[in-house]
Design a protein around this ligand. Structure first.
Ligand code: ZN
Length: 505
């Protein structure tokens, strides 16, 4: 049997399992158009599985116990979820077994002052800012909507509420320029000016009723200056405020701030002749968030009685812009989680010495989507490190530390894969090509924990519409489960010493 036939048979035999999982992933991806919704949807699933919500604003001391499972968020866009092994003992070193990913994706964010009209064209637009390194040309001619978080306050109450909002309807569009209006030079390549070309059109000024115009004018002229937040609202597009107010069933005057992004309304779906692909926005990196959530919830259903370690998933915001924020991987979030959970569980037995022994027993799978080889651009991959779709989880190595993998941590993934019968692939970027990076090097340098970088292969990374194989989603979950179940024994069997002789002995 040729290898191609073997690969085809492999995916066909398990197809029902893969497709059921991928259909569930489609629902999660479509319902998570921004980090706030992604974290919210994770929490829904964690709650259904009996995880207990903690407040990061209060001490964890006295709230954790062996066999317990918990979660908390940082600023509602970063999530920490963990299970304490039933055999946990406070006086003995234990390890954190952590799968890390990120909740954010490149997108267009609504500017702090969203109002942007273009009288000459009779159109009403929205001011937007490019977030992260998107393939911005892919955002053109898509049916876009808006989601995120909104701050609400009524003038009568000091209470400021945060609410999720998702307008759902296609209410915005960034149109390409017709080819007939392009010069010969412009036709050679589609170059996006991020400031001049990305503002979407949301209405024409003709469609606005007199009432709408009046309402807009009232806001613009600051007649309602006595109402809390009116100064901020004056800079906002009235149609946007009205749509949010209508969706949230609150008066426009109660909206005092927001953090919104555009997204493509086309739902995630299975595709390809045999429906073996997952077509979706934000696979980088919500595919990881979904897979790690599935793994930790499945693992938590029956925690192994002998486990004395902490199994954990963390999904960070702001990876796409360098992780330096209060809730990014470059923040104290990771170290705080480890220190707070350790001291809450160890109580009076806690000590810096014990803590550092725990760090040495810990391990992080830094999981981010990987680049599959593209058939039309195959020369972009180095021949021996060219991962394929639906062919397994990819270990990413870069000796210049753009990825945190080393010989030992890469071996751990290969071995975990071997034990659970999960195919593993390898990726190293060509020497003449720049390399991306992940949260891996950031976490390893901040915590001192051993880290490997790996991920599921995909195409079209950072496009508004990406693609991955459905078998790889299952491969990811299986690898994370193998990690939670098998890492401790594997690590205990690996010598911590190095042997050998040299000419200097
Ligand atoms: Zn990513």
């Amino acid at each position: 049997m040729s290898t191609t036939t073997a690969a085809r048979k492999a995916i066909t035999s398990d197809y029902a399992r893969y497709s059921a999982l991928a259909e569930k992933a489609c629902k999660f991806l479509s319902a998570s158009p921004d980090p706030f919704h992604a974290v919210h949807n994770c929490i829904s699933q964690l709650k259904r599985e009996g995880f207990v919500g903690l407040s990061a604003n209060e001490p964890l001391m006295g709230k954790l116990k062996a066999g317990g499972k918990y979660y908390y968020t940082v600023e509602h866009s970063t999530l920490v979820a963990f299970c304490v092994g039933p055999a946990f003992e406070a006086s003995k070193p234990f390890g954190f077994h952590l799968v890390g990913g990120h909740t954010d994706s490149p997108n267009l964010k609504v500017k702090p002052r969203s109002q942007k009209s273009h009288p000459a064209s009779g159109t009403i637009q929205l001011g937007v800012e490019c977030y992260g390194g998107g393939l911005w040309h892919t955002w053109f001619d898509r049916d876009l909507s808006i989601s995120g978080r909104v701050m609400i306050k009524s003038p009568e109450s000091p209470l400021v509420q945060q609410k999720l909002v998702n307008l759902e309807d296609p209410i915005a569009r960034i149109s390409t320029l017709a080819i007939h209006l392009q010069s010969a030079e412009e036709r050679k390549g589609f170059a996006v000016n991020k400031e001049n070309h990305t503002a979407p059109v949301i209405a024409t000024d003709r469609i606005m009723s007199k009432e709408n115009k009046d309402a807009g004018n009232v806001l613009q002229e600051g007649v309602q200056e006595q109402v809390y937040g009116s100064e901020w609202r004056e800079g906002q597009e009235p149609l946007l405020l009205e749509a949010i107010a209508s969706k949230l069933q609150v008066p426009v005057e109660h909206i005092i701030d927001f953090e919104l992004n555009l997204y493509d309304t086309q739902a995630a779906q299975l595709g390809g002749m045999k429906k073996e692909f997952l077509y979706s926005a934000r696979l980088d990196n919500l595919a990881t968030v979904f897979a790690s959530l599935e793994a930790i919830t499945q693992y938590s259903k029956e925690l192994p009685a002998a486990s004395s370690d902490i199994s954990m998933m963390v999904a960070f915001d702001h990876e796409e812009v360098g992780s330096t924020s209060a809730q990014g991987a470059g923040s104290p979030v990771m170290l705080d989680a480890i220190q707070r959970i350790s001291s809450a569980l160890q109580g009076s037995t806690t000590s810096p010495d014990l803590y550092n022994a725990c760090i040495r027993k810990s391990f992080v799978l830094s999981i981010d989507q990987a680049h599959a080889i593209h058939p039309n651009y195959a020369s972009k991959h180095e021949a021996k490190h060219s991962p394929k779709l639906n062919a397994g989880v990819v270990i990413k190595t870069n000796s210049n530390q753009r990825y945190a993998t080393n010989g030992l941590t890469g071996f751990v993934v290969r071995e975990l894969g071997r034990q659970a019968d999960i195919p593993i692939q390898e990726f190293v970027v060509r020497n003449d090509c720049p390399c991306g990076s992940t949260i891996g090097p950031t976490i390893s340098s901040l915590t001192g924990i051993r880290v490997v970088d790996a991920g599921m292969p995909q195409l079209s990374m950072h496009s508004v519409r990406e693609v991955m194989g459905i078998a790889d989603l299952q491969n990811g979950i299986d690898l994370f489960l193998s990690f939670f179940n098998n890492f401790r024994t594997l690590d205990d069997n690996m010598s911590k010493e190095i042997e050998g002789t040299t000419a200097y002995d």
